[in-house]
Design a protein around this ligand. Sequence first.
Ligand code: G1P
Length: 278
Amino acid sequence: MIKKCLFPVAGYGTRFLPATKSMPKEMLPVVNKPLVQYGVEEALAAGLNEICLVTGRGKRAIHDFFDTSYELEHQIAGTDKEQYLSSIKNVIAQAKFATTRQSEIKGLGDAILTGELLVGNEPFGVILADDLCVADDQGVMAQLVEIYRRTKCSVIAIQEVDDADISKFGVVDGTEDEPGLYTVTDMVEKPESADAPSNLAIIGRYVLTPYIFEILRHTPPGKNSEVQLTDALLTMARTSKVLAWKFKGQRFDCGSVDGYVEATNYVYENIYLKNKNP
Ligand code: G1P
């Protein structure tokens, strides 16, 4: 059973400056909820209630967000404003949180390896909170967990993207074993479109076996001189097996202004207004 979900949340969010100068990018709200809350809710919906946060300097707002705020709660107790806290109170009631800090920003692979202290020797989910995913039925993490249960292999979420966007992603190649499910044969982090092995891009959802830590320990810095999770996953694909799942749902790149605005409009019209979700 997978219980843990790792959230690498140490990044600077430079594409969102100046908003992220003194506020973590994961706290940017899409309508009325911060990005990181959507991510934790997706993990909980997949049955992962042990939330491991790899944070860094300037991320205190995330710690405070997942804690009780006695003064505020006392102040609005018994008023109709209490309803606005119900979703985050549900999250706090269901999830357990543990944090560790990445002392230097050295890439996603390094962030994951830093999280080993919290995850230990078990399979775990990874959510990159600035990729906001919405799905009609089952959330994307729940889709990956289901495939892991069946196969006991690491599994990553992928989607087809246009050539013009391919260099923003890790890209996989593979053989399609069943509709939408590939065995990975190649992986490249942010290739030029001419060098991309396919148009199947990795999005920020993974289920990983703990073998990844052993590989990451020996993975040298790659693209942009950072330790890349994609490089470690390629080693895993060559020495054991990695699956890639063309997930059902939609993904918004909330690390970019355009994707963030698109996500905001989508969530407002399709979730917020429909559910009257405070
Ligand atoms: C990371 C991964 C990349 C993946 C992307 C998805 O890149 O390194 O392989 O495609 O997330 O959002 P980042 O966008 O953090 O640079």
